[in-house]
Ligand binder design. Structure first.
Ligand code: 6GU
Length: 244
């Protein structure tokens, strides 16, 4: 997966992505990152990329031409049009299915806005996907771009050590994850659930599935509508909701 990020803060993207699992994935060549500074395409000696909004109002607007020129340099290199995700609170809310779909692409461009936004005309010209990461307002698109690249990277083959974990984690089957425990067996008088110490794999699987279902019912009941539960599991819920 090749990620390109059009931004006024390339170091922020590079620092974030060079850390931890995404950092290792880059070292291994499983993903690559090209953070492009839009300011390099300013086309004036003051390197100015923003101006006052027509019609008045607070703040500044990122001008169309530097953004277009930055995108166009990528299109030239690729030799074809690219999928461009614009990070904006006005976009469609990001979710796991969207991450899975985007992970199928060979190359993705993320366009990060700042100030009061980007001139609408260049958005119409280059953007293919308008995406938000939730209903709150951030100062720029850099953190959302990193959130998306993180979620997409872990779906790229070989990025996680454990091939099954990308698949089985939260949301893949619309259930939250079961609780995890590690040594010591007793910590501040709290014991690890005995089933986990039993070595009985079928019972452990059953307990974990139950815990996932009960947690989902307690914290994210909205997810249960999409979850595929057996009749028995639906019964379990009827009895247990409220006691979780
Ligand atoms: Cl994608 N951008 C900004 N600026 N704020 C956001 C967001 C994006 N998603 C949620 N809040």
């Amino acid at each position: 997966m090749k990620f390109h990020v059009l931004t006024l803060f390339p170091e922020m993207i590079e620092q974030g992505m060079n850390t931890s699992i995404t950092g290792r994935a880059m070292e291994k060549g499983l993903i690559s990152l090209n953070a492009v500074n839009i300011r390099d395409f300013a086309g004036n000696k003051h390197m100015k990329v923003d101006d006052y909004p027509y019609g008045g109002g607070a703040g500044m607007v990122m001008q169309a031409e530097p953004v277009y020129a930055a995108y166009h340099s990528l299109e030239e290199q690729a030799g074809h049009k690219l999928r461009v995700v614009y990070l904006t609170p006005q976009g469609k809310t990001f979710h796991q299915k969207m991450a899975e779909e985007l992970a199928q692409e060979e190359e993705l461009v993320f366009l990060c806005g700042h100030y009061e936004g980007i001139d609408e005309r260049v958005l119409e010209e280059v953007v293919t996907d308008f995406v938000s990461i939730g209903d709150y307002v951030l100062t720029g698109g850099e953190l959302p771009a990193m959130v998306m690249m993180d979620a997409i990277s872990r779906l790229v083959g070989g990025v996680l050590n454990n091939e099954t974990s990308a698949q089985s984690e939260s949301f893949q089957d619309s259930l939250l994850e079961y609780p995890q425990y590690s040594r010591p067996e007793i910590w501040r008088d709290k014991v690890v659930p005995p089933v986990l110490m039993s070595g009985h794999h079928a019972n452990i699987e059953k307990w974990r599935r139950e815990q996932s279902i009960l947690r989902t019912a307690k914290w994210r009941p909205d997810l249960l509508e999409k979850a595929e539960l057996t009749k028995k599991e639906r019964e379990l819920l009827k009895g247990e909701v409220g006691n979780v």
